[in-house]
Design a protein around this ligand. Structure first.
Ligand SMILES: C[S@@+](CC[C@H](N)C(=O)[O-])C[C@H]1O[C@@H](n2cnc3c(N)ncnc32)[C@H](O)[C@@H]1O
Length: 396
């Protein structure tokens, strides 16, 4: 891991390398399978290879030879081919690359966005003092045991940062990342790490009883029915398995931690940051429940009842920029990361807002105002983060 949290990682946000996938068809490329793509039933479910993200566009890899002898359970049968599938899985929306398989999730899937997610990952890691809460149950669930295979699933794996760090920490465990879009990997994933492109709204019960840990971080805007997904997660976990979630609350909290209500321009307390955040919430809601389930996960766990042996939640407020009077070095760094994350988020939500119907001039005005406020720390805002976990009964 790079010492400097702002230096390039999985996706290289500060160097902005050209993405290795291409939008548009390349007639010279062939599928690795004989099947005609148009006839394939579950076409979205694809396995892809790290080599393809290092420019090896003509790789002969197939799903059989890809895994260096390691496989998480029930691997897909189709091999991702970047130059062909890039055009199927990804599209351009108002100048950013986004997934083309879900109308619900409209944040980008490009190098810049994965760079933002890398910063967020480093920030959360520092806040949590590691990769997960519920240390004991997770370590128990992933403990190496003679003759027992261990596996972990990351739903909505994004840039792959969490998965990479976990795979290095638990080399005996097989890790699978599922996402609508491929990660922009510019470093070799650990050999126990594999990715699939799929929409989990289509169901994940083909992975029944397959995983010891399932992690879902910041994916609520892409989930049609989060409560249903949680039932499926419980089915896919083995006895003693652990479900881990992280969600940022898409509300604005003031310096006392209180919710800042929606305000109109001219009203006392109005800010451009606030305007932008609430517009994003509205645009997401037009595509589904959006981020609204982020704060309901703990209640959903309670509703699920004895399916879980224990459940827990930790709520952390992170300042957007180091504006608090007395801050430790660590808090100063994480709040700076939150500010950088927020600044990049202003760019990431642009396609979503434009496709919702806001005029370009309007979005530009809000964005410029928000960037000025955030860069100059004009607002004393917090983002609330909810970390939730649940442990299944039984011996791992
Ligand atoms: C905000 S990013 C978070 C990425 C990563 N979990 C993290 O915390 O850095 C949300 C990710 O979830 C993926 N996603 C959203 N809806 C999904 C769905 N229905 N099925 C699979 N992946 C989904 C998106 O493509 C995106 O990469």
């Amino acid at each position: 891991m790079a010492d400097n949290p702002f230096s390039p990682r999985a996706s290289g946000y500060s160097s902005y390398p050209t993405p290795s996938y291409q939008l548009g068809n390349d007639a010279d490329d062939e599928l690795d399978s004989d099947d005609d793509r148009s006839e394939r039933g579950n076409y979205q479910k694809m396995m892809y290879h790290s080599e393809l993200f290092f420019g090896a566009e003509d790789s002969e890899n197939t799903s059989e030879d890809s895994s260096s002898g390691r496989n998480s359970p029930a691997p897909s049968v189709y091999s991702y081919h970047s130059s062909i599938d890039g055009s199927v899985l990804l599209r351009d929306l108002h100048g950013r690359v986004i997934n083309s398989t879900s109308e619900r999730y409209a944040l980008p899937a490009d190098v810049e966005e994965h760079g933002r997610l890398d910063i967020q990952h480093e920030m959360l890691k520092r806040k949590r003092n590691g990769l997960f809460f519920a240390q004991q149950p997770v370590r128990r669930a992933l403990a190496a045991r003679e003759g027992v295979e261990r596996a972990c699933l990351d739903i909505g794996s994004g840039s792959g940062s969490w998965l990479f760090d976990m795979a290095k920490q638990f080399p005996h465990v097989d890790f699978l990342g599922i996402d609508l879009a491929p990660a922009n990997l510019n470093m070799t994933p650990p050999p126990n790490c594999r990715f699939e492109c799929d929409d989990v709204n289509l169901g994940i019960t083909h992975y029944k009883n397959c995983f010891d840990v399932i992690h879902i971080s910041c994916v609520t805007p892409g989930i049609e029915n989060y409560r249903k997904l949680m039932d499926e997660v419980a089915e896919c976990l083995r006895p003693g398995g652990v479900y881990l979630t992280v969600e940022g609350d898409m509300n604005v909290h003031d310096e006392n931690g209180d919710l800042v209500p929606e305000l109109n321009e001219g009203e006392p307390g109005f800010t451009w940051t606030l305007r932008l955040v609430y517009a994003v919430r509205e645009a997401m809601r037009a595509r589904g429940p959006g981020n609204d389930n982020a704060t309901k996960i703990y209640t959903f766990l309670q509703e699920q009842g004895p399916i879980w042996k224990t459940i827990g939640q930790k709520v952390i407020y992170i300042p957007v920029g180091p504006w608090e009077e007395k801050m430790s070095d660590k808090d100063r760094l994480t709040s700076e990361m939150m500010r950088q994350n927020f600044l990049r988020m202003v760019q990431s939500v642009r396609p979503l807002l434009l496709s919702f119907g806001y005029f370009e001039e309007t979005v530009d005005k809000w964005s410029a105002g928000a960037i000025d406020e955030i860069e100059n720390m004009k607002n004393k805002y917090y983002v609330r983060w909810l970390f939730t976990w649940a442990v299944k009964p039984g011996k791992p």
